[in-house]
Design a protein around this ligand. Structure first.
Ligand SMILES: Cc1ncc(COP(=O)(O)O)c(C=O)c1O
Length: 393
């Protein structure tokens, strides 16, 4: 039976595409070590797990409030303010979603008509692209410039990419895959462009707590009332509390936008399980030292990656300001990033992402994840170092 023609436009996420190759390598008897995924290996803190257990025992297994349980919307509202954001009403300016993925889906679904355009930072977290395409809209990647090893968006390029059908800027800071944390001044210039062209600013803040070397995340919604009106804040507990498998996230925006997003969301997901939402309240309202501990651990791993891969001929490590990915410039090794990735898998049993998967301006780079630590990181870095030296010789 024929399937929808629309499917031809959708692509598997880059990670999912490579997982197929990794499985084949395993089937052939290989034992790869993965430095590919953004899946933290740190356990979800105990008090959060216990809150879910208690909620389950208390019978919190029925349908949740489809907008999100009011206790969680209130906890989100408090957490946004605690982290320097503006006040949002728990009644009508917050929506609980099944991870940031569904938050992005609802945001895009609420604002895009077929033929509209969305500006995306390139290198781009590749999953944004199909989400836009699925709605009949066009993703417009705006290439970043790289200055002294730091990727950033040149405001002139962003402004030049605006057309009459441009509806939104979708920005991710800390930025996967580049590791850049946008400064308030960088946000201001994007807000100015959004004002001038009457655009929504969708701000994916999923790595907000994972910042290094004094860099801090600022939500654009905090910068002015006008910015708050344009911003759709998208976030989740996936990375902050090591809860990727719990599938719980949240959005904040003006009430009319949240109400439209809620309408979209009801057609696909009616929110995370009720007991998961109770656990999310425990995460957001409970002690936050677990978040600090995790960031300290990621900072330690980041140093490990930067030091272990520092002196490989033809390889330049870029120092991430946030998130848990480091980009390595391997452009002078003479092969495409995908060829190097394949050689690392097939000949050295280590999995990384090729920069080309995130767009042309990341071609010549590899993205190395330090979301997993311990032996996995040690062995992975050993194989990576060995592999890159061998490829370069
Ligand atoms: C930039 C970015 N946004 C969104 C997501 C998906 O988040 P969630 O697990 O909350 O759906 C990821 C996951 O890796 C990501 O890197």
């Amino acid at each position: 039976m024929p399937l929808a023609q629309r499917l031809a436009l959708l692509k598997p996420t880059a990670v999912n595409a490579i997982l197929g190759e990794v499985q084949q390598f395993r089937n052939d008897g290989g034992q790869p070590v993965s430095l590919m995924r953004g899946a933290p290996d740190l356990p979800t803190p105990t008090h959060i797990v216990e809150a879910a257990e208690q909620a389950l025992r208390a019978g919190r297994t029925g349908y949740p409030d489809n907008r999100g349980e009011s206790s969680l919307r209130e906890a989100v509202s408090r957490a946004i303010v605690r982290r320097g954001g503006p006040a949002y009403s728990a009644d009508d300016e917050i929506l609980i979603t099944t991870g940031a993925t569904l938050g992005l889906y609802a945001a895009l679904g609420a604002i895009l008509d077929p033929g509209d355009e969305v500006l995306l930072p390139e290198p781009v977290y590749d999953a944004y692209v199909s989400a836009v395409v699925q709605l009949g809209a066009a993703p417009c990647p705006v290439p970043a410039t790289r200055i002294d090893g730091r990727f950033s968006w040149d405001p002139n390029r962003v402004a030049d990419a605006c057309h009459s059908r441009t509806r939104a800027l979708l920005v991710n800071s800390p930025w996967n895959p580049t590791g850049t944390v946008l400064t308030p001044a960088e946000w201001e210039s994007l807000i100015e462009i959004a004002d001038r062209h009457d655009l929504f600013l969708i701000s994916d803040e999923i790595y907000e707590t994972i910042c290094y070397d004094g860099h801090t995340h600022v939500t654009p919604a905090a910068l002015s009332d006008a910015a708050r009106r344009r911003t759709i804040l998208v976030n989740s507990l996936s990375k902050t509390y090591s809860m990727t498998g719990w599938r719980v996230g949240f959005c904040a925006a003006p009430a009319d936008v949240i109400s439209a997003m809620f309408l979209v969301l009801q057609q696909s997901s009616r929110g995370p399980a009720t007991f998961v939402q109770d656990a999310a309240v425990a995460a957001l309202d409970g002690p936050q030292d677990c978040v600090e501990r995790m960031t300290t651990e990621y900072a330690r791993r980041r140093e490990l990656v930067l030091s272990r891969l520092a002196d490989i001929p033809g390889v330049e490590l870029l120092r991430p300001e946030g998130g848990f990915f480091a980009m390595a410039d391997v452009g002078s090794l003479g092969s495409s990033s995908n060829q190097i990735r394949r050689a690392l898998l097939n000949d050295h049993a280590v999995v990384v992402m090729h920069g080309g998967a995130y767009g042309p301006s990341a071609e010549g780079t590899l993205r190395i994840s330090f979301a997993s630590g311990g032996d996995n990181l040690d062995v992975g870095l050993e194989r990576l170092e060995h592999g890159l030296r061998a490829i370069g010789s």
